[in-house]
Design a protein around this ligand. Sequence first.
Ligand SMILES: Cc1cc2nc3c(=O)[nH]c(=O)nc-3n(C[C@H](O)[C@H](O)[C@H](O)COP(=O)(O)O)c2cc1C
Length: 357
Amino acid sequence: MEFKKFKEMEIYPSRDLSYDFLGIHFENPFILAAAPSTDDLEMVRRGFQMGWAGAILKTTSIEGTTVDLCYPMMSTFEHEGQRLFGMGNIDLISEHHIDNVETRVKLLKKEFPEKMVAASIMAGRKEDWQRLVERLEKAGVDLIECSFSCPQGNIGEDPGKMLAQSVSATELTARWVKEASTRVPISIKITPHVTDIVEVANAVKRSGCDALTASNSIQALMGINVKTFTPYPDLGGRSTYSGMTGPAIKPITLRTIAEIARHVDIPILGTGGAGTWSDAVEFMAVGAGVVEFCTVVMHYGFRVIDDLRSGMSHYLDEMKFSSPEEIIGKALPNIVSHDELPRKRIRNHIHEDLCIG
Ligand SMILES: Cc1cc2nc3c(=O)[nH]c(=O)nc-3n(C[C@H](O)[C@H](O)[C@H](O)COP(=O)(O)O)c2cc1C
């Protein structure tokens, strides 16, 4: 389909992009993901002022939890001159514990009552998961996201292993969290690093939790310096596996969201590789209700929200959709198994003058 062109550099005027999802009112489908850009009160304020509909504050934990960060924590994956095709990080959760996050939630909800303020949590013991939920509900959050997929491992559990890689641990922990909540929807942030994502999604559904965040970074080794044989990021000659994010992982996320949406009836928050309004449309077309952004914001700044809102407004007008909500799941009927594909022989024609032999 051809879209009417509006002049380059011209911003298409943003229209009403609001709708309800998970019982929460969203000004638009664009949310700041749990990341360094939501780990500072001033930055979240700025993001909200610029037009982001909501933010998931960076993953927090109970007071006294050790968060032992290593620097440098980021490296890039460049491809054919594209500066940031993917980004690797060896970050952990926030150094700010729950007491700090409670204060931030209260302030943000007071200053921006119309924005979706969410917190992300991680714990080891049942009582800590439940305490975090109770305290955040009291502080006034709109949504709680539970990190079951930190690539650097899970506090107090099996270090190096993600909670969401075990179906039984996912169901058990999700039940604890849901048990403690009285008011706000709970979303479980999972990993695509499993044999069958549908089994994990079904475990979350059985737990009674309200939504899934799909998904997270992809485990990666970002590269090797071929002179020193040091992997990236180089921490004094040593390194470890990173979590890769950004454009390079978008197709993996699309498949993860689609696979869940095709088999499990549960709302999905999409995250992992979205950078533009059309990426967001794609995430929504395969089943995401809203889309979270991280790497693109770290690369270009909060102002990318202008392009997201403007592009989405233009798209909805051209498609004659009344709300972004209408996009959700639109591509799902067109995703089928290999044996359901139409069988049609295609003949190749060779352009002799273009053929590289
Ligand atoms: C430096 C960095 C730190 C992150 N920290 C967290 C975190 O604390 N909790 C969490 O759930 N996700 C965390 N993420 C993952 C993001 O929320 C997001 O799911 C991921 O980056 C994929 O989205 P993107 O491709 O838009 O960046 C982090 C990502 C980056 C790059």
